[in-house]
Design a protein. Structure first.
Length: 187
């Protein structure tokens, strides 16, 4: 088996020691795993892709899913069935497939009062408004921001994706795909 010598600066020695602790006695396997991950990310970035992490799940029980891709479009609309809104994100994946991430949120206006009445402390302020409701439920802000249902669907072709998104969003996706992946600006 060939040997490679790696010279480590005194400043980075503690980093290598910690990696060896975490990897067990085999520092080489930790270095190889790190290099594989580095190469994967850098090659993807060179092709205009990003590492994308999305939530998937319902009722505040969410898991994270990660993939390489690029976002083509984001769309916000009222829910077709029921009250609330949907936020749709369409991605082109590294595998040349199409990922649709959907976040469905309740109708906050119905839940918390009319935001058009923002000056009325009963709707937003300390009275019986949104802040009091959030605090009384024990919500932390991050959890409140992540509330809703999330789904991720992957489609092999644009035609398969087309039947799962609004026609206007599909037009946006087509326009984005017809344009250059990256437009270089001379500014």
């Amino acid at each position: 088996m060939p040997n490679k010598t790696i010279y480590v600066s005194d400043d980075d020695l503690s980093l290598f020691e910690r990696a060896q602790e975490l990897a067990g006695a085999n520092l080489s396997s930790a270095i190889v795993r790190a290099l594989r991950r580095f190469i994967e990310l850098e090659e993807a970035r060179q092709h205009g892709l990003d590492e994308i992490t999305v939530l998937v799940g319902t009722a505040n029980i969410h898991k994270q899913k990660r993939f390489m891709g690029t976002r083509l479009a984001r769309w916000i609309q009222k829910r077709a069935k029921g009250k609330g809104i949907e936020i749709l994100n369409v991605y082109r994946t590294a595998g040349k497939r199409f990922a649709l991430h959907t976040r469905t949120m309740p109708d906050w206006k119905e839940e918390f009062g009319d935001p058009d009445q923002a000056g009325d402390p009963r709707n937003w302020g300390i009275g019986n408004g949104i802040l009091q409701k959030i605090l009384s439920w024990g919500y932390d802000w991050e959890m409140f921001m992540e509330s809703g249902d999330y789904s991720l669907e992957v489609f092999d072709t644009l035609e398969e994706l087309k039947t799962h998104i609004p026609a206007d969003l599909f037009k946006v996706v087509i326009q984005v795909m017809d344009g250059p992946e990256i437009e270089d600006l001379d500014i």
